[in-house]
Design a protein around this ligand. Sequence first.
Ligand code: TA6
Length: 317
Amino acid sequence: MSGREKEWPFVEHCKGVNGLDKVILREPRGCSAEVYLYGAQVTSWKNEHGEELLFVSSKAVFKPPKAIRGGIPLCFPQFGSQGSLEQHGFARNRFWTIDLDPPQLAISSSNKAFVDLILKPSEEDGKIWPHRYEFRLRVSLGAGGELMLTSRIRNTNTDGKPFTFTFAYHTYFAVTDISEVRVEGLETLDYLDNLKDRERFTEQGDAITFESEVNKVYLSTPTKIAILDHERKRTYELRKDGLPDAVVWNPWDKKAKAIPDFGYDEYKRMLCVEAACVEKPITLRPGEEWKGRQELSTVPSSYCSGQLDPLKVLKGG
Ligand code: TA6
């Protein structure tokens, strides 16, 4: 470890909005990320130029029980309103704690900018979702500025009962102008349209573009999805593991006006692309553990979507 790395503040525990506890992750090249213990929610991810890559509404409320509008809310144990719990479950509006003794993660990494958080059921939660579980989340910032979220959910029921859940990383990407954004990797896939009573359709063959409200659950998608922000010549690459589906959401103008913690025209500057497990809920028996991982990175636009990056080619990447 170089001298610089020795005293580099890879991880800083501090106070955020309304005095809520947060953790800042930093990499020597200048990339950073911020995670609130409230909801274990990433609320900032910046590149080496200090440019914010995630959208957080200017009207976001950082006060329980409201979920923070933006960043990466965690939807667990229920995605959406399909079930008896509140919309998107309760993990996003609970206080998590620092996991001081996390079990080894299979994927060893040399990253130093990471934090482990854990959520266990409260007595209150036991009344609405009568299961014992451990939800561990590792948020890790790579040397290249990539942001990794690894969730591990274990059934710790002692009554022999299995439990079933759905899940999503409800990521709000910051974009320059939604009407200039394309999503690649979801072409020709089947999806459930939440604006048409979850009716099933098949997507057309071209990259997805946006000109009105969209709320679709794409089924069994590839593990890599690209979001091209043409104006900014930037492409977000979303890689996922253990999360077969992907939700694409933009409220557009009318819905935006109906969301109290969302600015009227903010729909122009955000797009949610959510690595998810919705169509086939996950069932865990006692002692079993599920893992769901998402990695976000950015590349200059012109080298995305299958076009080979000459540099990588040159380096034989
Ligand atoms: O992921 C899309 C969605 O389920 C939409 O239906 C919309 O409601 C959005 O999530 C935001 O949900 P929230 O509960 O955060 O207002």
